[in-house]
Design a binder for this molecule. Structure first.
Ligand SMILES: NC(=O)c1ccc[n+]([C@@H]2O[C@H](COP(=O)([O-])OP(=O)(O)OC[C@H]3O[C@@H](n4cnc5c(N)ncnc54)[C@H](OP(=O)(O)O)[C@@H]3O)[C@@H](O)[C@H]2O)c1
Length: 406
């Protein structure tokens, strides 16, 4: 592996998020001996990115549908980082090659039915080879997944098993055309119904009716007694909760369980005044939007009016954006701990780029410290594949990330 020409290849580097990963990587690796290159399908665009950012790296070219060309890139690197999405359209050949060449992989997908296909096709092989295939290393689902992991382990250090973790999000930022394209592609596929399965990403197992009830997605706003304010279902919950449940299931398989009958949910939190009204308005708006997206004719009417792939929020919006993810963990004896992850910058761009690049750097620079040691592999999650190493790197990169006993 160390004989390969590159430590990391950034694929999809000409995209809206891709360009920002190049910028971040150039800054973070300036004084480090990291060998990296940028890649994608269009040489001209990639060279323009390289020039605009002023970085001296090689440009590698492969269309994501050309398996041979993708193989040639993947065989040259220890880690592949990709931002080329919709991932269900542009990610298959990359993951296939990563598993074959034992190249670690990170991305920022939130397309859970696609991740399910990766688990079915590649988990066993990657697990036996020690290859880490880690989707969801962006805003979906690092705060939920890593935050939960830290809260659970904090409770366990106090000598208590964890019963529940609930995450409460607040965020401000913009929307990328690429993110919309991924959402619309999901509705265009025949897989959108799978999204509602609370255990979509779990290793297969029989669920009791009680387990299904406890893990059902919340549908309506409610008054939260822990926070003393109104909350609404979080629109990324159908992605993040599945990732957290996969982490919980994998740690259980490795004899490091979160807790018996552990449950996880997440919400959007609203401050007064009008917290009830805001929570109700957001829930209603989301239900209406989902209803529209489920109708193909309405979807095609809406599509041209929305931001297109390649576009995203202004620099000002991305700089002024922020997010906060507050996590309350409750132990089996009722004791509670509070986790908080927050950062300045648009969650879908600035924070996502930080999460993703630091995930790749964890794999490159701290391989031996990763959870499970060097031999761990499979289709993993941020918590199972990167764990404390990623948490510490994010802190060093300026993100607040803390857990305290209440
Ligand atoms: N997890 C999160 O929080 C989060 C946040 C933001 C975005 N995302 C996801 O990240 C993805 C990218 O978002 P974005 O805003 O950067 O989108 P974007 O600007 O549209 O970028 C898409 C990238 O895919 C590339 N591409 C398109 N067709 C290709 C092909 N046949 N072969 C190889 N590459 C191809 C594009 O290359 P060209 O430049 O040559 O067209 C471009 O680099 C989306 O799936 C989005 O949902 C996730």
């Amino acid at each position: 592996m160390f004989n390969r020409p590159y430590d990391v290849v950034l694929y999809g580097a000409s995209g809206f998020v891709g360009k920002q990963t190049v910028q971040y990587f150039a800054q973070q690796t300036a004084s480090k001996p990291i060998r990296w290159a940028i890649a994608g399908r269009n040489r001209q665009k990639l060279e323009a990115v390289r020039e605009a950012i002023g970085v001296e790296v090689n440009v590698l070219v492969a269309d994501s549908q050309d398996q041979q060309a993708v193989d040639d890139i993947v065989a040259q690197t220890r880690v592949l980082l990709t931002t080329a999405g919709p991932f269900a359209l542009y990610g298959n050949a990359l993951v296939e090659a990563c598993v074959r060449f034992k190249t670690h992989y990170v991305d920022i997908t939130g397309e859970t039915p696609w991740i399910r296909t990766l688990i079915d096709r590649y988990h066993t092989q990657a697990a036996s080879d020690g290859t880490r295939i880690i989707p969801c290393c962006g805003f979906d689902s690092v705060p939920s997944d890593l935050g939960t992991y830290l809260v659970v382990r904090h409770l366990q250090q106090l000598g208590v098993a964890c019963q529940t973790v609930t995450a409460y999000f607040q965020a401000y930022g913009g929307l990328n055309g690429g993110t919309l394209a991924s959402g619309l592609n999901l509705y265009d596929s025949d897989q959108s119904a799978q999204v509602s399965d609370p255990f979509l990403l779990n290793p297969s197992a029989i669920r009791t009716p009680d387990e299904i009830t406890r893990n059902r997605d919340p549908q309506s706003p409610c008054f939260d007694l822990d926070l003393n304010t109104w909350v609404a279902p979080f629109f990324m919950g159908a992605v993040n909760t599945r990732v957290v449940r996969r982490s919980c299931a994998l740690y259980e398989q490795w004899q490091e369980p979160y807790g018996t009958d552990f449950t996880y949910q997440e919400y959007l939190k609203f401050d007064e005044p009008w917290a009830w009204l805001k929570a109700t308005g957001v829930t209603t708006g989301l239900a209406l939007l989902t209803g529209v997206l489920q109708q193909p004719p309405l979807r095609s009417l809406l599509q041209p009016l929305l931001p297109q792939p390649g576009s995203g929020p202004s620099e000002q919006t991305m700089n002024e954006g922020w997010f906060s993810c507050e996590l309350i963990g409750t132990g089996t004896d009722g004791r509670q701990v509070r986790g908080l992850m927050r950062d300045q910058g648009d969650p879908g761009n600035r924070a996502t780029v930080k999460f993703l690049c630091e995930s790749a750097l964890s794999l490159v620079l701290q391989t031996e410290e990763l959870p499970g040691g060097e031999g761990r592999g499979g289709v993993l999650t941020p918590a199972t594949g990167l764990g404390d190493v990623l948490a510490e790197r994010l802190r060093q990169a300026g993100m607040s990330l803390d857990v305290q006993t209440i």
